[in-house]
Design a protein around this ligand. Structure first.
Ligand code: UDP
Length: 383
């Protein structure tokens, strides 16, 4: 087919754009992806020996408070009533995360009321109490006081980012709530759940339209295949969701990314850790967390004598590694501004998604941003 629009990358941003353009505007959309499967990092598949759904690129938990996003995603899938809860192992003891009154009382071996706990944290935040710091270190101390910050965030963040927390944005830690109640739900959002038939079924339904063709194993920068950057840009409108620095051949320098490595094991026990995600806050444990996938779907019939676990390790991405998290140091932010200038000169190309905007977007944010791009930006590009 001769496409009306080329979408580079089949993650949530790209698929949302493709689906809207095909269904609402009747456009022929060609989606290409260099991987052998759709869905970007949201892709999941059944582990062959146990049938347990494994999130290939780490656990993905869907949550949103945006009615429009919820209304949109529920066109393609129903959701289970899964509510995410996380525990963290610190010096041989297990605590509920995010920090809540249960965590605080267990940590201080106390029975504080909400008011007493607030007062304690205020004292322990010292001179940072009541301020609004811009870096992760100061924001963390300001939010929960130094002792809790050092136990739960310092070591984990050192492993996750390998960057001085004074050089990381405060927004990373503000993702997590701090509660002076015993509510230990991880997210505050109105809507939450996991796709009933799995992520891949959801993603495939988004792409299931006669006007959408998905071509896998197709690299936009490979000039030997026909849908490449040089051949397409300027000829057909493009929505590009790959790394923004890669698009410009790193002309303004490489943006720093964190990548993840996963070590998967099938164990012959019915339950390894009793919960979906266990964080490891101590720096001498090399992984940041262990996922045990059966616990994401207690409603499913999974074998009772086998389980799948995945240890997650974090490190700086080198060229060729999968980028996961934008590090966003001051130098990155400067380079990003220069890249944004370059994008303005790329007529007919829209940049989106976590990689295309270098923003730490969650799934619902990528979808929300694609819906508003479809409304506000694409009409100019598509004419
Ligand atoms: N974090 C931490 N300890 C924890 C959980 C989170 O220090 O037990 C910090 C860490 O810096 C992490 C950030 O909070 O990168 C955001 O955590 P979140 O769980 O939102 O990260 P994600 O699930 O996206 O990797």
């Amino acid at each position: 087919m001769t496409p009306d629009l080329v979408v580079v990358g089949s993650g949530f941003f790209g698929l949302t754009i493709a689906e809207r353009c095909a269904r609402e505007r009747g456009l022929k959309v060609l989606v290409i992806d260099q991987r052998s499967h759709i869905g970007g990092n949201a892709y999941s598949e059944a582990e062959p020996t146990t049938g347990i759904e494994v999130h290939r690129y780490g656990a993905h938990l869907f949550h949103t408070s945006v009615d429009r996003v919820w209304e949109y995603v529920t066109r393609f899938t129903t959701f289970t009533d899964y509510r995410h809860r996380v525990y963290s192992t610190v010096r041989g003891e297990v605590y509920p995360m995010p920090i809540n009154l249960g965590t605080i009382n267990q940590f201080f071996r106390a029975a504080y009321t909400p008011g007493q706990a607030r007062e304690l944290v205020r004292e322990q935040a010292g001179e940072l109490a009541g301020t609004d710091p811009e870096n992760l270190n100061d924001k963390g101390i300001q939010l929960i006081g130094r002792p809790l910050y050092e136990a739960f965030f310092k070591g984990y963040t050192a492993k996750q980012w390998q960057t001085d927390p004074k050089d990381l944005p405060a927004s990373i830690i503000s993702r997590l709530p701090v509660r002076y109640t015993y509510d230990n739900r991880y997210f505050n959002d109105t809507y939450e759940g996991l796709p009933t038939d799995g992520y891949t079924a959801w993603l495939e339904r988004m792409a299931d339209h006669p006007n959408i063709e998905v071509r896998l194993g197709t690299d936009f920068f490979d000039a030997s295949q026909p849908i490449n950057k040089a051949a397409v840009v300027g000829q057909v409108p493009v929505v590009y969701t790959g790394p923004i620095d890669r698009y410009f051949d790193y002309a303004e320098g490489e943006l720093s990314w964190r990548t993840l490595d996963f070590e998967q094991e099938v164990l012959d026990v019915g339950d390894f850790q009793g919960t979906p995600v266990m964080n490891y806050a101590d720096e001498d444990v090399p992984y940041t967390r262990i996922h045990e996938f059966r616990h994401f779907h207690p409603e499913r019939q999974y074998p009772d004598d086998a389980t799948v676990i995945m240890r997650e390790y974090s490190r700086f991405a080198r060229r060729g590694d999968e980028p996961y998290y934008p590090v966003n140091t001051a130098a990155d932010r400067e380079a990003l501004l220069r890249y944004r200038e370059l994008t303005k000169q790329e007529r007919g190309v829209v940049f989106g998604g976590r990689l295309g905007t270098y923003k730490y977007l969650d799934m619902h944010m990528a979808i929300g941003s694609a819906l508003s791009t479809y409304d506000n930006v694409l009409p100019d590009v598509l004419g």
